[in-house]
Design a binder for this molecule. Structure first.
Ligand code: NAD
Length: 436
């Protein structure tokens, strides 16, 4: 099938590459001319495991193309996926101006029957997209708007797209449903057909439920610390119940990233606008914020004064195996440490180039390796659970540090081993280790 994807970021580019890989003809569009130039030159603007290979393979096979020209792409496609940003507004509501702009641009060139698909949006947005296209389409084109939310996880986006748990198609017409089923046929995944509003809600419900699991175990982690219990054991114990499951029950310094914080805020906002406030999700947010505050308090309690202290931070991305630092808790932590006068030396395996561009942490020093970051450090903070950090040689780490104090915000290391190596070690929801 001929498909275009408007917006070639984390979702659009991976979706485009995977759709091309199963045999479709895909044009990825972006209005960032630098990004299009890079992609045309064979450079991949984001880090995502396996993406480079799949892009190159499909470009060579002439199934994947890149352009800045939305008109040309729409004219050639039966299906148009919209994968542009839907960032949060200051009040938590969603900025839908990117989606609206693309809807207008598509409307300007739409002639015969087309299906338009889209980004993560609040329930009822599909109706607005339909209205907008009708308003700006002078040709009176016949079209359908479908909600086909994306569930990929950065860091394993290619695998998630190739082997999805489910594909949700929210549509009004049989013609649109048939076309969308044809798009996804090669993936051989379960397909759930719904109305548009249900599909839109599924995405917000899925993300907010996952965030709820994270906040749940984080609240439990506080109780574990106060009572001497071990949150990992508690999570194992409840996670072994198949009705609950162990996934997303890892205590830590809270969720971040470009999706959870904004999607939960957006779900709260739309539920209020609909007159059915979702108060539970406000508590999810509150616990998430509290978790960062509790971690910072533990750091202050141990180090006493942060001013002039040399503090290493391992991890800047919002999760491992990505270079994405949007709304990363690690970045927030670095900002706060700098505000309190600490000398921060940060290192991340893939997120350094993006982190260097962030004004709020411009005073941080960026090390070229994890061990360089900890040299002479008075404390180490583990903010992202990269595998590289889990495999560190603890004897070398201790030797490099000025004072061997580790704050593990992702429970990446083992308290017993840390005790044996003589670290002062704080992690989340587990007993602290103090050197004898
Ligand atoms: P992104 O910022 O990585 O990519 C968006 C791209 O759209 C950018 O390259 C931008 O230049 C481009 N763009 C913006 N306006 C445009 C326009 N008018 N015409 C053409 N291109 C335009 O964002 P993303 O992470 O890919 O997210 C896109 C959507 O997918 C969001 O709604 C997000 O919530 C949703 N989503 C994201 C993820 C994720 O893990 N990143 C997962 C599921 C769903």
């Amino acid at each position: 099938m001929d498909i275009s994807i408007i917006g070639s970021g984390y979702v659009g580019l991976v979706t485009g590459a995977c759709l091309a890989d199963v045999g479709h003809h895909v044009i990825c569009v972006d209005n960032d001319s630098e990004k299009v130039k890079q992609l045309k030159a064979g450079e991949i603007p984001i880090y995502e495991p396996g993406l480079e290979e799949i892009v190159h393979r499909n470009v060579s096979a002439q199934r994947l193309h890149f352009t800045g020209n939305i008109q040309e792409a729409v004219e050639r496609s039966q299906i148009i996926f919209i994968a542009v940003p839907t960032p949060p507004l200051p009040d938590g509501d969603v900025d839908l101006s990117f989606v609206e702009k693309v809807a207008r641009e598509i409307a300007g060139v739409l002639t015969d029957y087309r299906v338009i698909d889209k980004s993560t949006v609040p329930v009822k947005t599909g109706e607005k997209v339909v209205e907008s296209i009708k308003r700006y389409n002078r040709q009176g084109a016949k079209f359908d708007v479908v909600s086909n939310p994306e569930f990929l996880r950065e860091g394993c986006a290619v695998a998630d797209l190739m082997h999805p748990d489910r594909i949700v198609i929210g549509a009004q017409s049989e013609q649109a449903i048939d076309l969308m089923k044809k798009v996804y046929e090669p993936f051989m995944a379960p397909i759930l057909v719904t109305d548009i509003s249900s599909a839109e809600l599924i995405k917000h419900c899925a993300n907010s439920f996952l965030a709820l699991k994270i906040s749940y175990i984080n609240a439990v982690s506080g109780i574990c610390e106060a009572s001497g219990a071990d949150v990992e054991k508690v999570a194992d114990g409840i996670g072994m119940d198949h009705r609950i499951g162990r996934d997303f029950l890892n205590a830590g310094i809270g969720y971040g990233g470009s999706c959870f914080p904004k999607d939960i805020a957006a779900f709260i906002a739309i539920s209020e606008q609909l007159g059915t406030p979702f108060a539970l999700l406000k508590e999810v947010q509150r616990i998430n914020e509290g978790q960062k505050a509790r971690f910072l308090k533990a750091i202050r309690d141990t180090l006493w004064v942060l001013r002039e202290k040399r503090i290493a931070v391992w991890g800047l991305t919002f999760k491992p195996d990505t270079d994405d630092i949007r709304s990363s808790v690690a970045i927030e932590l670095v900002e706060q440490l700098l505000r309190e006068g600490a000398h921060v030396v940060a290192y991340d395996p893939k997120g350094m180039h993006k982190a260097r561009g962030i004004k709020a942490i411009a005073d941080a020093e960026f090390a070229s390796s994890a061990l360089e970051a900890v040299t002479d450090a008075e404390a180490l903070i583990i903010a992202t659970d990269w595998n590289e950090f889990a495999n560190v040689d603890l004897a070398v780490l201790k030797d490099k540090m000025r004072t061997p104090i580790v704050f593990d915000g992702r429970n990446l290391l083992n308290p017993e081993t840390m005790r044996q190596f003589g670290f002062d070690y704080y992690s989340i929801g587990r007993a602290s280790v103090k050197p004898q």
